[in-house]
Ligand binder design. Structure first.
Ligand SMILES: [Mg+2]
Length: 370
C-alpha cells in the first residue's frame, strides 16, 4: 500500500513534439505550432523547448513569437494527428487504471487506488510505454493528491519523474511562487504580493480570515492548497455542460486590442478542451466585468456547431465589442465560454438534450470553469 496514489502525466510540448517526431528535419530546431498563419491574428498553441529558449510560450500572439525568433519553423495546427496521438496516450494510461481524468489532449490525472504497492514503478512504466509506442516524452508527478502531483510533474520538464511523499510536501511547496497554485490569477497574485506573500510557504502560514477582504470565499481554499491539502478527487469521466475561460486583470484594462488578444487566447484554449472532449459548441458567450463590478454577458447561438479557435475567436470578438462599445468604462474581467455542446461525430445530438436553445450559461454553477 502506498499513499502516493495520484499521478499527473503531461506530454512535453505536445503539438510541437508530434511535429518534430514526424519530421526529423525539425528536431533540435525551434518549432512553433499556431492557429492561423495566414492572418496576423492567432496565438501560439505549442512551442518546442528550442523555441521556449527564445521566450516563446503558449497563448502568446504569433506576431510576437515571430519577432522573438524569426528563424523558428511556424506550423499550422494539425488536430487529426494530435488527436490520434492523444488517443494512444490515453490507451497507455488506461492499462494502469480506469480512473483517468483527462485535463486536455496531453494531460491527465490517474488515481491508482490504495492497493498499488509501488506507484513510482507504474509511473516509470507509463513513461517507457509513451517513449516506445509514441516516440514522445512525458513528465510525471507522483504524490498523495492532485495539487502535489501536478506541481511535481511541472517541476522537472521535459522527461521528468518527480515523486513527492507527504513528509517532503512542505519542503517542495514552500519555495514555489504563489502563482503555481491553481486559482491564483494576476489579481489574486497582486493582492497577495502587496501583503508580502510571495511564496507558497508564506501563504501557508497565513490565517485565511486575514485575506477574506481581497480573496473572498476563496481565501480558505487557497490557504489549504498552500498547506498541501487538496481534497479534489480524480473524476474519470466528467461530461461538460459548458466550458469557459476567464481572467481578472491585475490592473483594469482600457485597451481594446488587448481585450481582443485575451479573447483570442481563450479561444485557443477552448479549442483544445473541445477537441480533447470530442465536442463542438453551438453557443459562444462573452462575459465582461467592468471596473465598477457591473457584469454583462452576450451570447450567440448558431448552427453548425464550431470548435476551431479562429471561429470561436471571430464570434467572441464580435460579442466582446458589442459588450464593451456600449460602455467606455475600463474592464476588470473578461471571460469566453461555450455551451450547447454537441458530439463532434454526431453534431445533431446535444450532449445534454434537456438544455435546448442557448444550451445553458457557461459561467453558471454547472459549468466547468478555469
Ligand atoms: Mg503538456
Amino acid at each position: 500500500m502506498s499513499e502516493l496514489r495520484i499521478l499527473h502525466v503531461d506530454l512535453d510540448a505536445f503539438f510541437a513534439s508530434v511535429e518534430q517526431r514526424d519530421r526529423p528535419e525539425l528536431r533540435g530546431r525551434p518549432v512553433v505550432v499556431g492557429g492561423d498563419l495566414t492572418s496576423r491574428r492567432g496565438v501560439v498553441a505549442a512551442a518546442s523547448y528550442e523555441a521556449r529558449r527564445h521566450g516563446i510560450h503558449s497563448a502568446m500572439p504569433l506576431t510576437r513569437a515571430r519577432r522573438l525568433c524569426p528563424a523558428a519553423v511556424f506550423l499550422p495546427v494539425d488536430f487529426p494527428r494530435y488527436r490520434e496521438a492523444s488517443r494512444r496516450f490515453l490507451e497507455i494510461l488506461r492499462r494502469e487504471t480506469q480512473v483517468v481524468e483527462t485535463v486536455s489532449l496531453d494531460e491527465a490525472f490517474l488515481d491508482l487506488g490504495a492497493q498499488v504497492a509501488d506507484p513510482p514503478a507504474v509511473a516509470r512504466r507509463i513513461k517507457r510505454s509513451i517513449a516506445q509506442e509514441l516516440s514522445l516524452t512525458a513528465s510525471v508527478g507522483v504524490a498523495a493528491n492532485k495539487l502535489l502531483a501536478k506541481l511535481a510533474s511541472e517541476h522537472d520538464k521535459p522527461d521528468g519523474l518527480t515523486i513527492v511523499p507527504s513528509e517532503q510536501a512542505r519542503d517542495f511547496l514552500d519555495p514555489q511562487p504563489i502563482r503555481h497554485l491553481p486559482g491564483i490569477g494576476p489579481a489574486a497574485e497582486a493582492y497577495l504580493k502587496d501583503r508580502g506573500i510571495f511564496r507558497i510557504g508564506d501563504l501557508a502560514r497565513i490565517d485565511p480570515s486575514v485575506l477574506r477582504p481581497g480573496l473572498g470565499s476563496r481565501a480558505e481554499e487557497l490557504v489549504r492548497l498552500a498547506r498541501g491539502i487538496d481534497g479534489r478527487r480524480v473524476i474519470p469521466f466528467q461530461p461538460a455542460r459548458s466550458l469557459s475561460e476567464e481572467t481578472t486583470f491585475a490592473a483594469d484594462l482600457h485597451d481594446r486590442g488587448r481585450m481582443v488578444e485575451c479573447v483570442q487566447a481563450f479561444a485557443a484554449q477552448l479549442e483544445q478542451r473541445l477537441v480533447a472532449a470530442g465536442l463542438k459548441a453551438r453557443t459562444v458567450t462573452v462575459k465582461v466585468r467592468f471596473a465598477d463590478f457591473r457584469t454583462v454577458t452576450r451570447s450567440f447561438t448558431r448552427d453548425p456547431a464550431i470548435a476551431f479557435a479562429r471561429q470561436l475567436a471571430v464570434r467572441g470578438e464580435q460579442l466582446l465589442l458589442a459588450a464593451v462599445s456600449a460602455d467606455g468604462r475600463p474592464v476588470r474581467l473578461i471571460g469566453l465560454g461555450v455551451s450547447g455542446l454537441v458530439s463532434r461525430d454526431h453534431p445533431e445530438q446535444l450532449v445534454f438534450p434537456f438544455e435546448v436553445g442557448a444550451g445553458g450559461d457557461p459561467f453558471g454553477p454547472r459549468s466547468i470553469r478555469r
